[in-house]
Design a protein around this ligand. Structure first.
Ligand SMILES: N[C@@H](CCC(=O)N[C@@H](CS)C(=O)NCC(=O)O)C(=O)O
Length: 206
């Protein structure tokens, strides 16, 4: 019923795969090799005018959903992993905007240079250092904001955790160790032990 156009190395795509896995909903995967520019074709632009992965497609109607956190929100609605009150909706959106603003662009970009494009730090140059420095600043804020929480919203695991976890837990692949952030590390361990959790990068295409 659902098809995900994803890039397998993308933690934005992983968010959606993890949600479907944990909700036990079947998902068909179509790989889009963004390193070869495959999201910038006329046919892909019909799926997502922003020319980015991930895209979730409802196969029956051909409707598409884009922006990873908006997809999480849409799919999790009414499930145990979605917010259950206006207060929880606000809290969930707060964490998701923080993720898109400070975590994803910095860890994501630095990780892409080192991990996906396999550049050395010298080849990646000042843009890498810039992103790493901003990622470190964001992780300090995140560590303080998480504090003693078990999970981000009312200590109950949900899509805010999935959104933040995706890029945060791969910070070391961006050359940003998580050791200094004890609260982040404890929360990462909590996410790892949730039911039906699946590690990144997940399974093969089908
Ligand atoms: N805010 C978007 C970001 C999506 C995004 O940046 N996708 C990257 C992969 S992580 C992509 O498809 N890039 C295409 C390209 O670089 O050509 C989301 O959360 O879905």
């Amino acid at each position: 019923v659902y098809r995900l156009y994803r890039y397998s190395q993308s933690a934005n795509s992983y968010k959606i795969e993890l949600l479907f896995q944990q909700l036990d909903i079947a998902l068909t995967l179509t790989e889009v090799d963004i390193t070869k520019g495959r999201s910038h074709t006329a046919s892909f632009a019909k799926l997502n005018p922003f020319e980015l992965t991930p895209v979730l497609e409802l196969e029956k109607t051909g409707e598409t959903y884009v922006e990873s956190n908006a997809i999480l929100w849409h799919v999790a609605r009414g499930t145990p992993l979605g917010p259950r009150s206006p207060a929880q909706e606000y809290e969930t959106l707060k964490w998701m905007f923080f993720e898109q603003n400070l975590i994803e662009p910095n860890i994501g970009r630095a990780r892409r240079l080192l991990h996906s494009e396999k550049l050395t730090p010298a080849q990646a140059g000042p843009q890498l250092v810039d992103r790493q420095n901003t990622a470190v600043a964001a992780l300090k804020l995140l560590d303080r904001a998480i504090g003693a929480r078990k999970f981000l919203v009312d200590d109950s695991y949900g899509i805010a955790d999935i959104a933040l976890f995706a890029y945060t837990h791969v910070a070391p692949q961006a050359g940003v160790p998580l050791e200094p952030y004890a609260n982040v590390k404890r929360w990462v361990a909590n996410v790892l032990s949730t039911p039906r959790f699946r590690i990144f990068p997940p399974s093969t295409e089908n």
